[in-house]
Design a protein around this ligand. Sequence first.
Ligand SMILES: Cc1ncc(COP(=O)(O)O)c(C=O)c1O
Length: 402
Amino acid sequence: MFIPQLKPLESALKEYGSPLFVTDAENIRKKADYLTKSFSRFNTKIFYAIKANFNPHLVRVIKKAGIYGIDTVSPHEVRLALDLGYRPDQIIFTPSNPSNAELKFVGKAGVLPNLGAVSEIERFGKLFPGSEVSIRICPEVGAGEFDKIITGPEMTKFGIMEEEIPVVKNICEKYNLKMVGIHSHIGSGFYTTHEFKVSVFSVCDIAKKFDHIRFIDFGGGFGVNYKIGESSIDISNFAEAIEPIIRDFEATNGREIEVRIEPGKFLVSSSTALLMTVTTIKQKSGATFVGCDAGFSNYIRPAMYGAFQDFINLSNPKGPTQRVSIAGNVCETCDLFNEGIDLPEVREGDVLAMVVAGAYGMSMSSNYNLREMLPEVMVDGGSVRCIRKRQSFEQMMENFDI
Ligand SMILES: Cc1ncc(COP(=O)(O)O)c(C=O)c1O
């Protein structure tokens, strides 16, 4: 986990202002290397789920670290991946309810669509008969940190049910589509192997029903530690748990199969901290509220899911411990980064770092309350460089034609 120090960041804070996202490139490289090694027992291709953090400079670090491809969910994510030098065959498009225009865009770009509804396969077949497709199945098992990010169970909007496979096969025949991959993603932030293993079994079971399967794709979702000092999960346990299922599939097929995984969170979350400055401290109803200059428009996971985020007081690391609730600057009751953690004494003007803020932070941020998108810097060894400028008022207004 990247734990920032104040001294090397003082000039960045002065130049770009607070709040500020700070990303450590080396942390990303280490995660990329660790994931690659953990799945090396298979013919594995890793696709970074770019929705976790689409900063192009960060994606470049991921690419240079040897991560094979990009998992995308929108045409603009596809476009960014292409602009960053990924070939179409290194990109997979797993949309939620795509329009025909979106299907046309990816088909023309030569990117493989990974479709999660019968209607989508039929529409793609009509647009691009004779092409390759893959499908996202519903494995009827899910796991993840919060209900809202568990995607695998039957009662979610995601995936094709096993009983629909005969219909899928008919559509493939009708439009001469070649089914090259079977995919599932059970949810985001799981820590044990059981549900993952069940989903891998479902994927392999359905893959056996098709003749031209080139890859099986188990999605992302590997859990990360959000608490300072907590140890990380061992990813090789996941590879080990599914090995017998994969080997059985390979034996049935008589050849080695390409295994894909699509980590987002695991690659980038621990690389980044969100630095913020304490503006207001107040006592209320027996609690100490530490008010900061960042809010859920910059990092929404605590407000949206009740996610835990750990903090460091960079300005007063050795102060006496105090229990505080860290509150944001958005005008909503739910704008609390957490409801009671122990921190060294916090004073107005102190700089706090919210750690493990690299995934679904910047990429889910908004202009709510007309707050701007934040600047980002990347540290790499001794260097600190700006990788995103602060959004200006004029940039927020430019499409309104005022
Ligand atoms: C299809 C798909 N793959 C991969 C991911 C990445 O998940 P995570 O960031 O938890 O690894 C997601 C996340 O929502 C997803 O929907």
